[in-house]
Design a binder for this molecule. Structure first.
Ligand SMILES: [Zn+2]
Length: 494
């Protein structure tokens, strides 16, 4: 089928301008970019007058399971978020897992996102049915996705050096007695999911995400790599997100977290870091050398007081950089326009950084499109012949665009997702006139309300325990962090 978008302004591949152009779409891809009024035969026409057409934004890092947990916390840093994970993500039925992923995917689509790198959690271990249900959720909404179950064979309490010993009783005994699933069972479940996988044709791939290096034994991390290699899966890991983790890595490994992962063979072109706030200069060089990437998630980093990731230093080192929101339990929305805005803002906060260090608006748009696409292994993120027709149409009569002064500047500084009217993925409409075509949004909202109510009841006991242990966790992790700074060989914004 051939479709011609007419009358629109179309963002150029360098994102520097948006001239009036027509876009011809054929078999799910962009066939041609044409001057207005070009005669095109045998094509359905779609009047896109007063629309700005941009490539779909690509979320480099999120968690579908966060959809039901948005707004759960306030003054949490990462350690506190992890300490509360038992109740914010626990007790989920198969239906809850699908529902949460649907909520996340719907929010992304409505805010102009067409693909996501999703690290879903299931407790105590991923399941074939769970991953299948989450993939069905993405397929119904219509987004492309990498679904990489986030896994570890150590609990947060086991993973954090000195934490169990630092807890007073009765917390110490309970924390020490907690166990995750066995590594072999986790890897076996992902392998079974890979064998049963039926979603590649819809652009939904399975990946593998050993969640945090400290949360996996070396044997487990190596087994994850072997599994991913066997099935050609992409891998992503939260690396050096918070300072207490960088400190914990040095204590446990006598190396940086990334150096340790590299010594186990995990770092390569298939691999991306989520966050990387406390990566060192040599870590960045190592990532570049291995052809690996980073998803820069400034909203979550600010919300959890993690710090500012060295985005410019990563680009300068030659690392593939994308942008992400992180999950809704830590950001707490799925708004890639906001993520772009915060990435550009954050780059201006590096001490002594001159304007050559800052992320420009066109550059930021390309990070959130082409850059993130590369992390997902997609050949997209720009409007050019041969690229997938993953397109977002913004209303130029919306107040965000009245008047249109500069497309890139307004995409990053002004747009907040509210001017998104239509979205197509692979040449097929998924959002029309702001309505998600594949999902009953009213029912989704009712289901979410009912599930949240039930989960509050089911998780009340674990919630009370998490709240009681939290101050002790915070105290220990903050003291770990305090003792650690980037050493001389480590990164400093020049
Ligand atoms: Zn995350």
């Amino acid at each position: 089928m051939r479709l011609l978008l007419t009358g629109a302004r179309v963002l150029t591949p360098d994102a520097l301008s948006a001239p009036l152009q027509e876009v011809l779409i054929e078999d799910g891809r962009i066939a041609a970019i044409l001057p207005p009024g070009t005669a095109v035969e045998n094509a359905q026409r779609h009047d896109a007058t007063d629309r700005l057409v941009i490539p779909g934004l690509v979320n480099g890092h999120t968690h579908g399971h966060g959809g039901l947990a948005k707004g759960s916390g306030d003054k949490w840093d990462l350690a506190l978020l992890l300490a509360h994970a038992g109740w914010i993500t626990g007790g989920r039925t198969l239906e809850d897992k699908k529902l949460s992923t649907t909520l996340t995917a719907v929010e992304m689509l409505k805010k102009g996102c067409t693909a996501a790198y999703d690290l879903p959690a299931e407790f105590p271990a991923p399941t074939v049915e769970g991953l299948d249900a989450m993939a069905e959720a993405y397929a119904a909404v219509g987004l492309r996705a990498v679904l990489a179950p986030m896994v570890g064979d150590l609990t947060f309490f086991q993973a954090t050096p000195g934490l169990i010993e630092a807890l007073p009783e009765p917390f110490r005994s309970r924390a020490a007695g907690m166990r995750g699933a066995a590594g072999a069972d986790i890897v076996g479940a992902i392998a079974a999911a890979a064998k049963a996988w039926r979603h590649d044709a819809q652009g939904i791939r399975l990946g593998c995400a050993p969640t945090i290096p400290l949360h996996g034994t070396d044997e487990f991390l190596k087994a994850c790599r072997a599994l991913a290699a066997e099935h050609g899966m992409p891998m992503q890991t939260h690396v050096a997100e918070a300072r207490y983790q960088a400190a914990g890595g040095e204590i446990r490994y006598r190396a940086t977290l990334l150096e340790h992962m590299d010594s186990l063979g995990l770092v390569g072109p298939w691999f991306s870091v989520a966050h990387g706030v406390w990566l060192t200069q040599s870590d960045l060089e190592l990532l570049a050398k291995r052809g690996a990437g980073i998803s820069h998630n400034p909203g979550a980093n600010m919300r959890l007081a993690s710090g500012i990731a060295p985005a410019r230093a990563a680009i300068r080192a030659g690392v593939t950089l994308g942008i992400g929101t992180d999950g809704s339990s830590s950001s707490d929305n799925q708004n890639m326009f906001e993520a772009m805005r915060l990435a550009a803002f954050a780059s201006r906060l590096w001490e002594d950084a001159g304007d050559e260090e800052w992320l420009g608006t066109a550059e930021t748009v390309r990070l959130a499109t082409e850059g993130s696409s590369k992390l997902l292994g997609l050949d997209g993120g720009l409007i050019a012949p041969g690229k997938p027709a993953d397109l977002v149409l913004l209303d130029l009569r919306h107040v965000n665009w009245s008047p249109l002064n500069d497309a890139a500047n307004q995409l990053v500084w002004t747009e907040d997702g509210s001017a998104v009217v239509d979205v197509m993925v692979g040449g097929t409409w998924k959002l029309r006139d702001r309505a998600v075509l594949g999902v009953d949004e009213a029912k989704l909202s009712r289901d979410a309300e009912a599930a949240a109510e039930r989960l509050r009841g089911a998780n009340a006991e674990i919630r009370a325990w998490c709240q009681a242990v939290a101050p002790h966790v915070a105290c220990h992790c903050r003291s770990l962090a305090k003792g650690w700074t980037r050493s001389k060989r480590l990164l400093k914004a020049e």
